[in-house]
Design a protein around this ligand. Structure first.
Ligand code: SAM
Ligand code: SF4
Length: 319
């Protein structure tokens, strides 16, 4: 079993398959000047898989694939199939912008993927182009349809931005409900790669906005989930992720592996240790030791409490 210095059981591994992305969302990546790691400095799927096996053998029960955009990496579905073949009991999920799902949903399902979190900040073509700095709403909506047809579980992730999509919460929620998907509103988290002009909305502002069109009450959530849950009068349940309040650190069960082999103990924390050299040499004993060291140093709390803004972008760590 993997246990950190605060007695938290770590059973959830998040893997960033790549820093690359076909979008340039204003809250995540700059328009230009994105420094992408060199191919030789990345873990291959086989090297990642060797490390995933160590993690699974030591108690990891859930693996989420993210990025950058995981589906821009060739063979993402083959990587998932490797994990599924090794441990069919693992809860295998992916976070994606949805753009490539129309062509990939079936392969992902066949590979053993169970669930998808799909990012959707707006239902307007114009606003989509504005926030993602690329066209793509049509493809994302088609991707959601494809994932639904494959029977993949779907949640929608919406970053709440004042003056941008706060007038669309009702439409986004209706869209999610119509697609049998839980929507989770996410507080925009300031970071050095984002457009500094974006205006965040705190949890109370998001909830006040939703209260203008829905009656809801907070319900008990799973202790490990970062998402608070709210049940509407009509039975629909939506989520809210508010890291600024940091009430999920005490039960955090996660560790993160980036595409360049950094093992990172917390999304809002820059320090990590590299397993790249160990995995390139096939030195599994060293990789295991690095895992133990990172767990021993997993911080008690994320750094939002100290008002520190992370140097690493979400696209680098895997949001
Ligand atoms: N490309 C995929 C996607 O967009 O879903 C996966 C990677 S993305 C970094 C993972 C999640 O992080 C997305 O839901 C995205 O909306 C969220 N995210 C990125 N930057 C964020 C920020 N500054 N604040 C809050 N959420 C952010
Ligand atoms: Fe790409 Fe996802 Fe970041 Fe948007 S949030 S730029 S889709 S990695």
């Amino acid at each position: 079993m993997l246990i950190d210095a605060y007695g938290r059981v770590i059973d959830y591994l998040r893997i960033s398959l790549t820093q690359r992305c076909n979008f340039r969302c204003q809250y995540c990546m700059p328009e230009s000047g994105v420094e992408l790691g060199k191919h030789e400095n990345m873990l291959s799927h086989e090297e990642m898989f060797e490390f995933v096996k160590i993690c699974i053998d030591n108690g990891i029960k859930k693996v989420r694939i993210s990025g950058g955009e995981p589906l821009v990496r060739k063979g993402a579905e083959d990587f998932i199939a490797m994990i599924f073949a090794y441990a069919p009991h693992i809860d295998l999920a992916m976070t994606t912008n949805g753009y490539f799902l129309k062509s990939k949903a079936q392969a992902l399902k066949n590979a053993g993927l169970k669930r998808l979190n799909i990012s959707l900040d707006t239902l307007s073509n114009e606003k989509f182009r504005q926030i993602a700095r690329r066209d793509g709403l049509k493809e994302v909506l088609e991707g959601i349809e494809a994932a639904k047809s494959e029977g993949l579980g779907i949640k929608l992730n919406t970053v709440a931005i004042k003056g941008f999509n706060d007038d669309e919460f009702e439409a986004l929620m209706s869209f999610a409900a119509a697609n049998n998907a839980q929507i989770r509103f996410i507080e925009y988290m300031e970071n050095k790669h984002a457009n500094p002009e974006l205006k965040s909305m705190r949890a109370d502002e998001i909830l006040s906005k939703i209260a203008t069109f829905k009656n809801f009450k907070e319900i008990t959530k799973s202790p490990q989930s970062p998402s608070r849950l709210f049940a509407c009068d009509d039975g629909y349940i939506f989520g809210l992720i508010n890291p600024h309040q940091c009430d999920f650190c005490t039960t955090c069960n996660r560790i993160r592996l980036s595409s360049e082999g950094l093992l990172i103990p917390c999304l809002y924390f820059d320090e990590g240790k590299s397993i790249l050299a160990a995995m390139k040499k096939g030195d599994l004993a060293s990789a295991k030791q690095i895992l133990a060291d990172v767990l021993a140093n997993k911080p008690e709390k994320n750094r939002w409490q100290e008002n520190q803004i992370s140097e690493r972008g979400f696209y680098q760590t895997g949001g």
